[in-house]
Design a protein. Sequence first.
Length: 132
Amino acid sequence: VGQTLGWNFNTLLLHKGDFALSCLLNAAWCGLFIGGTMLCVARGWPLASVGWAYAISYTLYGANYAAVSVRRYGSGVLSAGNARLAALCLGGLLAAYGVSRLDSGAASLAFLAAALSALGLLAARPDLLEAS
């Protein structure tokens, strides 16, 4: 979701002619991702840590683009349903990290099944994310 939000809002900024801001936000993401990867290597953490650095950097990338775009162009550029989806995915990311720390194959498979079921439900019923 972070990549999708970032890509869409980057396209918005480019369409509006905010090239310098787009470049600045992309540079901030690059710095965050490279810094996270270097931290993982310097600490001797396992390869899975680099995957988490990637996920975290893109989550912050999307959040940063969304926050800047909403502040610059108003709340109309981010629908309530997409904001709820982003919050739900952030919760899912935090839950996935917690499950990964359990170091249990059974827990990971159960979490994967639950996450895929939730995605299937949201694909079948996108109205669940809209305001009631």
